[in-house]
Design a protein. Structure first.
Length: 213
């Protein structure tokens, strides 16, 4: 159930002792907003298209696509029997994304977690039946940003219970639901990237080819 997944993520994000301060100079600064509110994208109708690449550039969550061509290379993984399992992401792709494949830990039937190669972040990936909009439980999120990635809807947001600002969540739409990426600072470390920039960078480096259709 999505409620169990989100609640588990919220507990994970709020479990760190001591307040961590997001680093300056990040590529995707959090946009302040009213708890549970959606940042309007109408003003960005003519904005430059969102970066969509597998070379490490994170999708920019403050911009939306205005009808530009969607890249056709490195297409998403074809649909398979049964739900997509993030634990099946190849070790080589995990390493290229800055994750230590040897730290893989299964969280449930459709969730998997790894530690970043530098030990500064944890990344949890869950495969869900719910759409990205259904991930946004009223009153449970803040600083929502919307964009697109390879033509998919993307939402990036923080949990209201994450008072120490140690994590960030990113939902990516799929044909059968969504994939939820969650980053969390590991053991109180102070990485260069703030959590919402980090989660987007991990997802961009893993690339569209590692997501279900």
């Amino acid at each position: 159930m999505i409620t169990a997944v989100i609640c588990g993520t919220v507990l994970l994000l709020s479990a760190c002792n001591g307040e961590a301060t997001p680093a300056k100079g990040t590529t995707a600064p959090a946009t302040s907003g009213t708890t549970g509110s959606v940042t309007s994208t109408s003003a960005a109708a003519n904005a430059p298209t969102t970066t969509r690449t597998d070379s490490g550039s994170a999708p920019e969550t403050t911009r939306t696509d205005s009808g530009g061509d969607t890249p056709t290379t490195k297409t998403a993984a074809p649909a398979a029997d049964g739900p997509w399992d993030p634990c099946g992401i190849p070790a080589a792709d995990l390493a290229a994304a800055g994750l230590d494949s040897g730290t893989r830990e299964r969280k449930d039937a459709r969730g998997c977690q790894w530690l970043a190669s530098d030990g500064k972040y944890e990344l949890l990936i869950n495969s869900l039946n719910e759409t990205v909009d259904q991930l946004l439980k009223p009153g449970a999120y803040r600083d929502l940003r919307r964009t697109e990635y390879y033509g998919r809807q993307v939402v990036v947001f923080n949990s209201v219970q994450d008072s120490n600002h140690i994590g960030c969540l990113m939902g990516v739409q799929t044909s059968t639901g969504s994939v939820l990426f969650t980053t969390r600072k590991h053991n109180g470390q102070s990485p260069t990237l703030e959590p919402c920039a980090a989660v987007q960078e991990f997802a961009a480096k893993l690339g569209n080819k590692n997501l279900p259709a």
